[in-house]
Write a protein that binds this ligand. Structure first.
Ligand SMILES: [Zn+2]
Length: 330
């Protein structure tokens, strides 16, 4: 049992792994769980363990084996050797035994008996309450230190690499570019904002973007903005993420144009996404391939979020085909 990691250790390792996977891992985790949640849970559990450790320990059942004091006195650990109990009048002696002969054993017994008998006073318990507090407090401080360190890593990495790490004027330039593309789709001037505060879109709202149907303002998550910025201003492409970000931008633009139904909106977004991608710097081939892939993924994702699944009419020559005269789809 001693070899198993304690619940506290497991909790800390678990938190560290989770935060690192959240920062560097798949986007799906990011969009599913807000980052403050594991921190909050870890903090709660640290306090729970701390309070638990402050309560008086339950009475221990008497241990039939050699007591700690005996072990300390004769200088043998738990599993070094067997201990032999020798009764000698009123005295009980624990003799370490590892196959000695009768004579050697006698010598050990004599040796043990000659050790000065002194009740080992528990070390320095001048203030037992303070002693009892010391370990839990030290553990709590270590736990809080770890939580703080992880929060710091998160803050630094996100600040450097995320949308917030892009300087303000570049962000303004990028969002102006997104707004321009959305306006073309919406056929009126509209504004795209990146929701840095997380007030409108993101993990809590389970959405990558939000727009009022027929309105003129839409919000995208910082993650989607970052991927669009990488494509538009730096020419960087990360196949799946870039494609998804383009579709999200197109999707919100179609809402602004006045389309309410999610499936229809998504179908239109997949068809205009190719052109947005090209205008932001993709080759014709890449843009088309990405949107075809997104259409396939949509069917697969549809089981999880049926509202966003494109309707059966979303096909070449179907009712929702924006260019029925062209054989290509989307
Ligand atoms: Zn929508």
């Amino acid at each position: 049992m001693d070899r198993l990691p304690s619940p506290l250790t497991l909790l800390r390792v678990g938190l560290a792994v989770f935060v690192l996977v959240w920062i560097f891992g798949p986007y799906a985790l990011r969009s599913a769980v807000p980052i403050w949640l594991p921190f909050l849970i870890a903090l709660g559990l640290e306090l729970h363990f701390f309070v638990g450790a402050l309560r008086p320990a339950p009475a221990r059942r008497p241990d039939p084996g050699p007591q700690t004091a005996d072990r300390e006195r004769y200088g043998f650990g738990n599993d070094a050797e067997e201990l032999l109990l020798v009764r000698n009048q009123d005295e009980e002696l624990w003799i370490p035994y590892s196959g000695e002969t009768e004579e050697e054993l006698q010598a050990l017994i004599v040796e043990a008996r000659e050790l000065p008998v002194e009740e080992a006073a528990p070390a320095a318990t001048a203030n037992p309450d303070r002693e009892r507090l010391r370990l839990p407090v030290r553990r709590l401080v270590a736990g809080l230190g770890l939580i703080g360190a992880l929060a710091l890593i998160f803050w630094v990495v996100e600040g450097r690499t995320g949308w917030n790490g892009v300087d303000a004027s570049t962000r303004a330039e990028a969002t102006a570019r997104f707004s321009q593309e959305a306006s073309r789709v919406a056929e009126k001037p509209v504004t795209i904002r990146c929701d840095e505060s997380g007030d409108y879109v993101g993990a809590v709202q389970h959405a990558d973007g939000v727009a009022a149907v027929g309105g003129n303002l839409a919000y995208l998550t910082p993650e989607r903005c970052l991927d669009l910025y990488r494509l538009a201003l730096k020419g960087e492409v990360r196949p799946n993420r870039t494609a998804t970000a383009i579709v999200v931008l197109a999707h919100e633009a179609w809402h602004l144009r006045g389309v309410a139904d999610e499936g229809t909106t998504e179908c239109y977004a997949l068809q205009t996404g190719g052109e947005i991608g090209r205008r932001l710097g993709l080759s014709v081939d890449t843009a088309q391939r990405m949107m075809r892939r997104q259409l396939v993924d949509n069917a697969r994702r549809g089981e999880a979020s049926p509202a966003y699944r494109v309707p059966p009419d979303c096909r070449n020559g179907g009712r929702l085909d924006l260019r029925p005269d062209i054989a290509r789809f989307p």
